[in-house]
Design a protein. Sequence first.
Length: 159
Amino acid sequence: MSPKNTICLWFDKDVLDAATFYAATFPDSAVTRVTRAPGDYPSGHAGDVLTVEFSVLGIPCLGLNGGPAFRHSEAFSFQVATDDQAETDRYWDAIVGNGGQESDCGWCKDRWGLSWQITPRVLGEAINSPDPAVAKRAFDAMMRMRKIDVAAIEAAVRG
């Protein structure tokens, strides 16, 4: 049975490659259905992959090969909470090392232009500290980073 709510992501033409990468990279992720176009359409032909149903970390998604009309933007991103530096590095390196690009404050883009926030839990806890001085130190440390450095966040928390 299809989920009641699904995130729909528009891709130019490589949704199956993207969904397969996400399923191989993140736990609780899978490609569950590939639908091929029954006829020609503005950006493709009969038999081309039209949609792919997949999940990313348990979140149901539908990818559409809709052509070049629309691009991903930072207005949508997957935020992945990590437990330690090793997990942070693994996901960051998988995304950036597969044709993606780094950005600031734990953000990166995959090679299809989709944005990801690879966010260690320690960062969220520090920024939400009831002690405003701790929160500011952690926030200031994060603002100087690309990939989040867990040890540097922990040092900022300690002061």
